[in-house]
Write a protein that binds this ligand. Structure first.
Ligand SMILES: NC(=O)c1ccc[n+]([C@@H]2O[C@H](COP(=O)([O-])OP(=O)(O)OC[C@H]3O[C@@H](n4cnc5c(N)ncnc54)[C@H](OP(=O)(O)O)[C@@H]3O)[C@@H](O)[C@H]2O)c1
Length: 332
């Protein structure tokens, strides 16, 4: 007899083991960096989170500074938890991070123990939670001893404020050092959060090997290059898109770069042959690597999440397809 209630939520998306841990993550996770800050976007953000959860997306990623203004994405998610998802807390993996500038003065940024622990406490207040599932150091800080930042993560886990620890944006060598320290402290790092897409492949150059050796999983952010690896910018910059919003993260010049757009046009032809949208193929492509646990997407509408979850219909690439994609990316 099964003790599980009848619920097809968890048949809607595949899950993958996160490194050599006990945690399975959905192959697509939802990040709340953009489109979740402030009251005017609340109902849309709430709809996206609820729909994502109903599609089996159990993992939601935050950071202290997501908004704008900083902190507001955590507040938004805290309200959604209170209104909708609290009864499902044990079905959720919620993460947050500290590492970028968050408050005035010398203790509101980078990697000191003072900053990381205070920031985690602030995040828990905004989220209305007693603990997050994963707490990250958001970026390496070479002016702080690595031991100090790692001991702060270790303490956060030991004091029950997070269940697991992670690092983000750490290059290969620094990631290996961090993993070593955390293993010795008895709190092995669960996961690394690096940027990875068809247009940004730095993790193939050593980091993925480190993660495999250390038994860490990976959650790769901006797999759509913030929208560039979709067909949305093929004919200019649509109103309401991230590039039109002028937030400074996706520059107009980036999406108007003919060389990049020409590549997307060619890649889009391969996607069509695979019966996928360009966005779906970009996600399948990052997931093709066994060291990639989950693709961390952003979205501005429910329909985008629904489209991306269908990526599971075609995760496989033939050697011929991979060769053609490589040729386009390398401009051969
Ligand atoms: N650790 C770090 O340093 C770091 C840094 C950046 C991000 N992150 C994390 O990664 C998450 C994702 O980053 P991201 O938002 O840059 O990811 P992304 O998935 O590369 O870009 C998301 C954007 O792509 C567009 N999009 C999504 N689905 C689409 C579809 N089906 N068709 C057409 N366009 C589509 C939307 O743009 P429009 O808004 O224009 O519709 C959406 O806002 C963040 O929320 C955050 O959690 C972490």
């Amino acid at each position: 007899m099964s003790y599980l209630p009848a619920n097809d939520r968890y048949e809607k998306i595949p899950y993958k083991r996160c490194g050599r841990s006990g945690i399975n993550l959905p192959i697509i996770s939802l990040g709340l960096w953009h489109n979740f800050g402030g009251v005017d976007v609340f109902e849309n953000g709430r709809k996206m989170v609820r729909r994502a959860f109903d599609l089996g997306i159990t993992h939601f990623d935050l950071a202290n500074n997501y908004g704008p203004p900083p902190g507001s994405a955590e507040e938004t998610f805290g309200r959604i938890l209170e209104l909708d998802l609290k009864p499902y807390r044990d079905e959720l993996i919620i993460s947050s991070k500290a590492g970028y500038g968050m408050w005035e003065g010398p203790y509101g940024d980078f990697g000191s123990r003072k900053y990381i622990i205070a920031s985690c406490d602030q995040s828990l207040k905004r989220l209305g939670l007693e603990y997050v599932d994963i707490f990250y150091h958001h970026r390496p800080d070479y002016d702080t001893p690595l031991e100090e930042s790692m001991m702060a993560l270790n303490q956060i886990v030991r004091s029950g404020k997070a269940l697991y620890a992670g690092i983000s944006n750490y290059p290969a060598e620094r990631a290996a050092q961090a993993a070593n320290i955390m293993r010795e402290l008895g709190t092995p790092l669960l996961i690394h959060q690096p940027r990875y897409s068809m247009f940004d492949r730095w993790i193939e150059d050593g980091l993925l090997d480190v993660l495999e050796n250390e038994g860490m999983g990976s959650i790769v952010f901006s797999p759509l290059e913030q929208g560039l690896l979709t067909n949305k910018y093929l004919n200019g910059i649509p109103e309401g898109s991230r590039a039109a919003k002028d937030w400074g993260f996706l520059q107009k010049e980036t999406v108007e770069n003919r060389e990049a757009i020409e590549k997307v046009i060619q890649l889009n032809e391969i996607a069509k042959e695979r019966n996928q949208s360009m966005a779906q193929m970009a996600i399948s492509w990052v997931l093709r690597h066994k060291g990639v646990t989950t693709a961390l997407i952003g979205a501005s509408r429910v329909e985008q999440i629904e489209e991306l979850v269908k990526v599971q219909d075609n995760l496989h690439f033939t050697e011929e397809e991979l060769g053609r994609i490589e040729g386009i990316l390398q401009n051969r």
